[in-house]
Design a protein around this ligand. Structure first.
Ligand SMILES: NC(=O)c1ccc[n+]([C@@H]2O[C@H](COP(=O)([O-])OP(=O)(O)OC[C@H]3O[C@@H](n4cnc5c(N)ncnc54)[C@H](O)[C@@H]3O)[C@@H](O)[C@H]2O)c1
Length: 250
């Protein structure tokens, strides 16, 4: 991938960037000139080392994105370290397959908290700095599963449907401050999480329905996220872009 300096001196917060899509996004934003704050439950030291090797600053904050207290503390630490936030990529999420009859209300709420509430919480802690500078880019990870008949995912599809609704509403609320809000919807992909959670026949079956007949990999959504976090997309907001090999058509 070419690496123009489209993100020079931006500060980007990428959640879930210890691995998978988030790591690929964080690395490419750094290659394009951004400093990176990672918020992840897991160990992001490899990602930090890679970003630093590209000559950019990196901070890893260990936090659960579904915890209001931990996200508030993470936001304070990021602002103290970098002094500003320009870009937020709400990527952290989970997608365990579970039959509807095995999903109880506690589990349902947990999935909504990790996949949807987290995006609200992170937006709350970064949007003030974006408003102050009259420039901001928020990208929320959705999913193309909303357009498919994949079983045992209703809890997940509800959360990602919420992501699309939140993206549309927030785009209107933040537009007066130069902040755009968009979503990117990947397909079933061979990230660490994808390989652990999605059965091989589902990965292959979804790939066969796509126009481009191979499973996604982490790098497949990076270019779209780079566009949506750059100046080039200044007039694009409230959208959900399917970066899914041409499966779901809106
Ligand atoms: N891989 C796919 O097939 C696929 C398809 C569509 C959408 N997505 C979406 O893409 C995003 C990333 O998926 P991935 O495949 O890279 O996943 P992954 O499991 O490989 O990586 C997810 C990262 O998020 C972190 N994380 C999970 N829960 C967290 C929490 N509560 N707090 C902080 N960090 C947390 C993990 O530690 C991990 O580093 C998710 O939102 C997912 O729903 C993935």
């Amino acid at each position: 991938m070419t690496s123009p300096t489209t993100h020079t001196d931006r500060v980007a917060v990428v959640t879930g960037a210890a691995q998978g899509f988030g790591r690929a996004i964080a690395t490419e934003l750094a290659r394009r000139g951004a400093d990176i704050a990672i918020v992840d439950l897991g160990d992001a030291s490899d990602a930090v080392a890679e970003i630093e090797s590209l000559g950019r600053k990196a901070l890893a904050v260990k936090a659960d994105v579904s915890s209001p207290e931990e996200v508030t503390a993470a936001g304070a630490q990021i602002l103290e370290t970098f002094g500003q936030t320009d870009i937020l990529v709400n990527n952290a999420g989970v997608y365990p397959f579970k039959d509807f009859f095995d999903v109880d209300y506690t589990y349902w709420k947990k999935i909504q908290a990790i996949n949807l509430d987290s995006q609200f919480l992170l937006a709350k802690v970064v949007a003030g700095s974006m408003r102050d500078r009259n420039w901001g880019r928020i990208v929320n990870l959705a999913s193309n599963s909303l357009g498919l008949a994949v079983p045992a995912l209703s809890h997940y599809m509800a959360s990602k449907g919420g992501v699309i609704g939140f993206t549309r509403g927030l785009a209107t609320d933040l537009a007066p401050y130069g902040i755009t809000v968009n979503a990117v919807a990947p397909t079933a992909s061979r990230t660490p999480g994808g390989e652990a959670n999605i059965a091989e026949e589902v990965l292959q079956g979804v790939a066969n329905m796509q126009a481009i007949k191979r499973s996604g990999v982490a790098e497949d959504i990076v270019g779209t996220v780079c566009f949506l976090t750059s100046d080039d997309s200044a007039f694009v907001t409230g959208q959900t872009i399917m970066a899914d090999g041409g499966l779901v058509r809106l």
